[in-house]
Design a protein. Structure first.
Length: 329
């Protein structure tokens, strides 16, 4: 088994190639490599010689990118079942090779560019790779999307077509990222994280399986309201009546929509601002901005309140968080 550092990135990265001349050892090494990224090989066609390669990169915000390449086999997700496991979404993009997806008892062919998605631990999904293959998988943590347009616990495994529309944009974007992962630094990961989160949220929001709203119209209205909030987060005067007016709706209706999403308007607004401040403080791009400048431009108008809210949400002060993030880069 060959282990190599993945480029000069200071984010967490590693690469393993299962190339041992002894077939039994090569098989054991491959199983061990897959287990590091919560995957398992459950079947290998007879008469084929196993070979495989795994590379891993973790972005500053915790998105885990795994590139897999190898010989024909069947791979399943093997996430540990833990009571306090955080909610996250996983994706798998077929880059090369013939693949069939089995979700519980349903099967579907995957074309190169198609994207498989699901929530960790919700469904049993198996990827049948009948030829030499290249696959990119990702795990996107809960904090990246925080119920903005979807609830991860409501997501059942499915596929996004990479042939047209927003699905193609997401597929092409992930394909490009896959080819450049080894050269990405923590600073250059910042726009990747932002673009990925937006494309992913809007791709999944179009899937009826991810909506917890009983009325599809309410789901659409929720997306529109959230979008208007995103466009106005920097306004310190932003409040529920203003958002209702921007969406030609009553305050009571907007409150009802958020209640269906199991959120309150103020909770959502505060959390989105905190998440963006956290993102800004994680990036070297904003190293020249003070903490107060960051919090003010994201709509907070009281630095002391921001500091208390940030500490309550993330378990440390903004200053301590920023120092730890920037020192690690």
């Amino acid at each position: 088994m060959t282990r190599m550092p993945a480029g000069s990135c200071m984010n967490e990265a590693w690469k393993i190639v299962a190339d041992d001349p002894d077939p039994a050892q090569r098989d054991a090494n491959w199983h061990a490599a897959l287990q590091r990224v919560f995957l398992s090989m459950v079947e290998q066609p007879g008469g084929t010689q196993l070979h495989g390669e795994v590379s891993y990169n973790r972005s500053p915000l915790g998105i885990e990118f795994v590139r897999l390449a190898g010989s024909p086999q069947v791979i399943i997700g093997d996430y540990p079942s833990q009571p306090n496991q955080s909610e996250s979404i996983w994706l798998a993009l077929a880059l090369e090779g013939d693949a069939t997806l089995t979700i519980d008892d349903n099967k579907a062919d995957l074309s190169p560019g198609d994207i498989l998605y699901g929530s960790t631990g919700v469904n049993h999904a198996a990827l049948h790779l009948s030829s030499d293959f290249r696959v990119l998988t990702l795990e996107v943590p809960h904090a990246i999307f925080y119920k903005r347009l979807l609830n991860p616990l409501s997501i059942r495994a499915g596929t996004l077509s990479g042939q047209s529309g927003i699905g193609k944009l997401l597929s092409d974007f992930l394909c490009s990222v896959s080819g450049e992962l080894e050269g990405l630094t923590p600073a250059s990961f910042h726009p990747v994280e932002m673009s990925l989160s937006e494309l992913l949220i809007y791709s999944l929001a179009e899937q009826t399986t991810v909506n917890t709203f009983r009325d599809p119209g309410h789901a659409q209205h929720f997306r529109e309201i959230c979008h208007s909030i995103e466009l106005n987060l920097g306004d310190p005067e932003l409040n529920l009546p203003k958002i209702a007016e921007l969406n030609n709706a009553s305050v009571r209706y907007v409150q009802k929509i958020f209640k269906e999403a199991e959120l309150s308007f103020n909770q959502y607004l505060r959390r989105r601002r905190l998440e963006l401040c956290k993102r800004d403080m994680s990036s070297q791009v904003n190293a020249g901005l003070s903490i107060s400048e960051i919090c003010y431009r994201r709509g907070f108008n009281d630095l002391a309140y921001f500091s208390r809210a940030f500490s309550a949400e993330f378990g440390m002060s903004p200053r301590a968080f920023r120092s730890r993030k920037l020192d690690s880069q």
